[in-house]
Design a binder for this molecule. Structure first.
Ligand code: TMP
Length: 212
């Protein structure tokens, strides 16, 4: 069975988590083995880098390099081996987040990010990219209201609404550059309706069968 690599993106507060869990169950119910993972993180080293990058003050170049360092370890230790054995890899965020947050949010040079992307995601047979990216598109004002009731915010969650407007614009730009890879999920709806849109994106690609 061929592996399948699916990433989940959106600004903080977009509500990805519930839907990722539902997809784990949906794929397993169809007999697929699932590797559920996240970025930054997914390996012992990358989880340490996650703690640093979410909590310690640093300038944008350090932030971008740590994201890619974590990604390299994660790809080599977890994602590539899982895909090689035919798993469905469900990854909560991947490189689009670096373009959206470090690139558009922080204003870091997009050309440098593209170079790092090619270096870090080079498998020897091409540049690894997700087969599908589900982008949970939520207006930043709605996300801000959701986050206001959340736990203690980390370095990103405590950013301004203007920052998240730029991040959302970054996701839109990534989708425009590679529309085939993306499915935009309008996330300003009740969870059940968002869940149906997520499932439909996978049924459309024949990766999940329609609900009975
Ligand atoms: P999470 O809250 O969805 O687990 O993501 C952790 C935070 O890290 C989130 O605010 C987005 C941010 N992030 C980046 O800034 N760049 C990246 O490359 C990734 C993967 C995440």
């Amino acid at each position: 069975m061929t592996g399948l690599f699916i990433s989940f993106e959106g600004i903080d507060g977009a509500g990805k988590s519930t839907h990722i869990s539902a997809l784990v169950e949906a794929f397993e119910a169809q007999g697929r083995r699932v590797t559920l993972t996240r970025e930054p993180g997914g390996t012992p080293l990358a989880e340490k880098l996650r703690t640093l990058v979410l909590n310690d003050a640093m300038e944008p170049l350090c932030e971008a390099l740590l994201m890619f360092a974590a990604r390299r370890d994660h790809l080599q230790q977890v994602i590539e081996p899982a895909l090689a054995q035919g798993d469905v890899v469900l990854c909560d965020r991947f490189t689009d987040a670096t373009f959206a947050y470090q690139g558009h949010g922080r204003g870091f040079d997009l050309a440098v990010l593209s170079t790092l992307e090619r270096w870090v995601q080079d498998t020897g047979q091409g540049i690894r990219q997700p087969d599908l990216t589900l982008w949970f598109d939520l207006p930043p004002a709605v996300a801000a209201a959701r986050l206001a009731n959340a736990r203690t915010p980390d370095r990103f969650e405590s950013e301004s609404q203007a920052f998240f407007e730029r991040v959302a614009g970054g996701y839109a730009a990534r989708m425009k550059a590679d529309p085939q890879r993306f499915a935009r999920i309008p996330a300003d709806h009740p969870p059940e309706r968002v869940g149906q849109a997520v499932r439909a994106a996978l049924v459309d690609r024949s990766w999940l069968s329609p609900s009975p």
